[in-house]
Design a protein around this ligand. Structure first.
Ligand code: MGD
Ligand code: MGD
Ligand code: MO
Length: 764
């Protein structure tokens, strides 16, 4: 009998161990862990080669995260961190998945493997096809694969029946060609990982300060007075940011941390980049930790701003930056009218922070002029994700803390080129001016109608409105919400295609036909036409710079992402005026095309060769707010109310220290003291008691949004320092519980940090 294909990994008996959470981040354990991961996957030669070229001026851009590299001094041993080392070990592994692997293992069998096992099987080496009705992938030639995909695309009734997803590792060159191909083919259906990530930041910032990107540079951290880190866990997800926070502290800045969890990296840090950082007690980073309830941020920020207003009323002109407000902002009076109605006692209850701590935060903000606010998924992945960020902007505007040195917005991006992909036009809602330029430069009529974002794409596949799903990287099935629903949607497709480096669950939950196109990774040498090429990326602070791989490719059959797009375009578009093969023979030609289409890339080929690259223009950074009102906008946002019923909890789905999104590097969450397993749920000790349960027991978690029962069975209770009625589980195991129809207003970012759950004791 044919085994069923499972969209979720089997539940294995894990011997989970719980220890005390760590009090200090990085230091020697981080160095040991980096070396262990690199040596476990790479040859010694490649280990040395990679470690010395990570984030160096002439090296490759670390695929780990989008935190910028210092413009001037960079550590001689590579600007690396423990989790960057893991990301590189994952990609540069010497293990390989050949055609034999797929002959041996059916898709159904592979679906019984854990994500960890799938990832650890090695790099993909050949294009593969899963033919309709077949149980195993088999090898296919590149030419046949492109011909097949091209022919299927051309048979659709409308180009809008195809969906083209992008994950954020794709280089500028690949992303630009990809969107050009997709638009010439005829659709704007370009959902991307950003839809699930910082889309709320993009929407909130565009409306209020006129640019969907952050305004600060790394140097601003060194001259600021006060940094607020809210809804972000940099110790795990952006470890190199801790070096910047440390330098800020050494220069006298204060740090407020706002998080439901006391995340280790934010408390104390030992810099692993220099030996002096390995010894001694480390730097205390956080001055004030506010352990907010999940989704309590609007209430907390409002309470702080109300206390600031009270002070301003006592001593007019001493708290708010009236010159800035008068000259640069819109909506101040209305904002203040609303703020006057706020009741600090109620807000304190809503956010779970005591009034005396709110006073302490207010005092720090009063005493300091230049303010930077950093945030990530803890703010964006809520129904009120856009509002969260707009309240952050309100605070910065009151202080005049934007568009001047040492102050501004700092949404900390995830994937290493997620920001660049958007700049290149990976967007389901392209601006008319951008499309006009495409038309002028490439002589075709680009589609004007907006396309599907990630949530809409899943629903379109589910309804049969979209029939072909193509992914440039990523792991769509496991990254998206409502796993069972999404799995059915993908299986409803005629064809699914993945351009990938490693095997993942999206290769197993497929349309009738599925194709895997294996590609080069960041660390590898990319030669076209006998010439070494390099690509470019944009980091979280808008610096565009080169990335040069140096390792021998994992297989001689791999193609680069730009080459894959060019060959697919050639196979699909019969009347294209673009000479795709000519473009990829020399990536300078792609960069020239970008320069002619997208503002800010003048003299691209010269400037990208400068050490450290160049900054893109950023109005908000220069105090030029390109909004509809021509000014920076104050906004008013309602306070979210959570009337949790008896037995209901609000759950956030977060990352462990041993994963990159859906890629599982290992089974430990070292900083939180959780080892050897991932199906855990963090709960407050009082809540555990109240439910007559004990730490170490297992529960099944449920969500019932819109009357659909979603269940994630068998999670071990871990007693943790988390506010009452709040829970934390890991992504992607808990994605089955995230409802497809619960997402941020305006940005459609799934509310993966705000899942309403109930639970029952597990009886199996
Ligand atoms: N090693 C590693 N690095 C990564 C990644 C990875 O998986 N592994 N992923 C990359 C990507 S794509 C991204 S987007 C980033 C993600 O970086 P983060 O956003 O730091 O990642 P999360 O684990 O989702 O952590 C969210 C944090 O927000 C807190 N939080 C949750 N809900 C709330 C809330 O309501 N209010 C507040 N104030 N805080 C809240 C959580 O406790 C947690 O500390 O990291 C990038 N870098
Ligand atoms: N519940 C919950 N869900 C979430 C989140 C959450 O916090 N909670 N976070 C969301 C966020 S912030 C994000 S960004 C998304 C991430 O969503 P995705 O970007 O779709 O997922 P990743 O896990 O980053 O993708 C990993 C896969 O990318 C492929 N890959 C790696 N490098 C390359 C490369 O160089 N080229 C190509 N072509 N492929 C490559 C590998 O095959 C690997 O298996 O998930 C979102 N989902
Ligand atoms: Mo992300």
């Amino acid at each position: 009998m044919k085994k069923p294909i499972s969209p979720t990994p089997p539940i294995e008996e894990e011997k989970i161990k719980i220890g005390a959470p760590k009090t200090t981040a990085a230091g020697i354990p981080a160095v040991v862990s980096s070396v262990k991961h690199l040596l476990g996957e790479l040859t010694i030669g490649n280990c040395v080669k990679t470690v010395f070229s990570i984030n160096q001026m002439n090296g490759f851009d670390c695929p780990g995260c989008a935190w910028p590299d210092p413009d001037d001094h960079r550590s001689g041993i590579g600007e690396y961190c423990e989790n960057g080392a893991k990301a590189i070990a994952e990609e540069a592994t010497s293990k390989r998945i050949t055609s034999d692997f797929f002959k041996k293992n059916s898709v159904a069998e592979l679906s019984q493997w854990s994500d960890f096992q799938l990832g650890k099987s090695g790099r993909l080496t050949h294009p593969m096809i899963l033919r309709e009705g077949s149980s195993h992938y088999e090898e296919i030639s590149w030419d046949d694969a492109f011909a097949h995909i091209g022919s299927e695309l051309n048979q659709l009734d409308s180009p809008n029946e195809a969906i083209f997803y992008t994950s954020g590792r794709t280089s500028n060159e690949a992303a630009f060609l990809y969107q050009l191909f997709v638009r010439e083919y005829g659709t704007n259906n370009m959902p991307d990982c950003s839809n699930m990530c910082h889309e709320s930041s993009g929407v909130a910032l565009s409306e209020t300060v006129g640019i969907g990107k952050g305004s600060v540079r790394l140097e601003d951290f060194y001259v600021t007075d006060l940094i607020i880190v809210i809804g972000q866990n940099p110790g795990t997800n952006h470890p190199r940011m801790l070096s910047a926070l440390q330098k800020a502290k050494q220069n006298g800045a204060k740090i407020i941390t706002i998080n439901p969890l006391p995340e280790t990296g934010l408390i104390k840090f030992k810099n692993p980049q220099n030996v002096s950082g390995w010894i001694g007690g480390g730097t205390q980073l956080t001055d004030l930790f506010l352990q907010v309830n999940i989704n309590g941020d609007v209430a907390l920020l409002k309470a702080i701003m109300k206390l600031l207003l009270d002070e301003e009323e006592k001593k007019p002109g001493t708290v708010f930056d009236h010159d800035f407000i008068n000259q640069n902002t819109h909506g101040f009076e209305n904002f203040i009218e609303e703020l006057k109605k706020a009741n600090v006692e109620t807000l304190a209850k809503d956010c779970g922070i005591s009034i005396s701590q709110i006073h302490q935060a207010t005092k720090l903000i009063l005493e300091n002029k230049k303010l930077i606010v950093c945030w990530a998924m803890g703010l964006t992945q809520h129904e009120n994700g856009v509002n969260n960020i707009q309240e952050v902007v309100n605070l910065l505007l009151l202080k005049g803390s934007i568009g001047k040195p040492g102050a501004g917005t700092c949404p900390v991006r995830g994937h290493s080129n997620v920001q660049g992909d958007r700049t290149m036009g990976i967007w389901e809602k392209p601006k008319p001016a951008f499309l006009d330029k495409l038309k002028e430069n490439f002589q075709f009529e680009p589609p004007r109608e907006h396309g599907y974002d990630t949530v809409e794409a899943i629903k379109a596949m589910s309804k049969g409105k979209a029939k072909i799903f193509f992914a440039m990287g990523g792991n769509f099935l496991s990254a998206t919400p409502d796993t069972e629903f999404t799995a059915k949607a993908l299986q409803n497709c005629k064809m699914t295609v993945q351009v990938s480096t490693k095997l993942n669950r999206s290769h197993l939950i497929t349309g009738k036909t599925a194709i895997i196109l294996p590609c080069l990774g960041r660390t590898e040498l990319d030669s076209q036409n006998g010439q070494k090429q390099f690509v470019s990326v944009e980091n979280s602070m808008g610096i565009v710079h080169a990335s040069r791989g140096s390792l021998t490719p994992a297989s001689k059959h791999l193609l680069s992402e730009p080459a894959i797009v060019a060959k697919l375009a050639t196979a699909t578009l019969k009347n294209s005026k673009t000479n795709w093969n000519h473009l990829i023979e020399d990536y300078d030609r792609i960069r020239e095309a970008i320069q002619n289409t997208i503002p800010g890339f003048d003299d691209y080929n010269r400037r990208v060769r400068n050490d450290g690259g160049f900054y893109l223009p950023n109005g908000a950074r220069d105090g030029d707010f390109k909004t509809k009102t021509g000014k920076a906008n104050f906004t008013t946002n309602p306070v979210p109310k959570h009337d949790l019923k008896n037995g209901e909890f609000i759950m956030m789905t977060i990352r462990t220290h041993d994963q990159f999104n859906t890629t599982i590097y290992g089974l430990d969450d070292r900083y939180r003291g959780i080892y050897n397993g991932r199906r855990i749920v963090m709960m407050n000790v009082e809540d555990i008691k109240e439910a007559n349960l004990k730490a170490g027991e297992f529960i099944d978690l449920y969500n019932h949004h819109e009357g659909v029962e979603r269940v994630a069975p068998h999670f071990m209770i871990v007693e943790y320092d988390i506010p009452r009625k709040c829970m934390a589980t890991y992504f992607p195991e808990a994605n089955v519980l995230v409802p497809i129809n619960q997402y941020a207003r305006k940005s459609h970012t799934p509310a993966s940090k705000q899942v309403l759950v109930t639970f029952k004791r597990n009886t199996t």
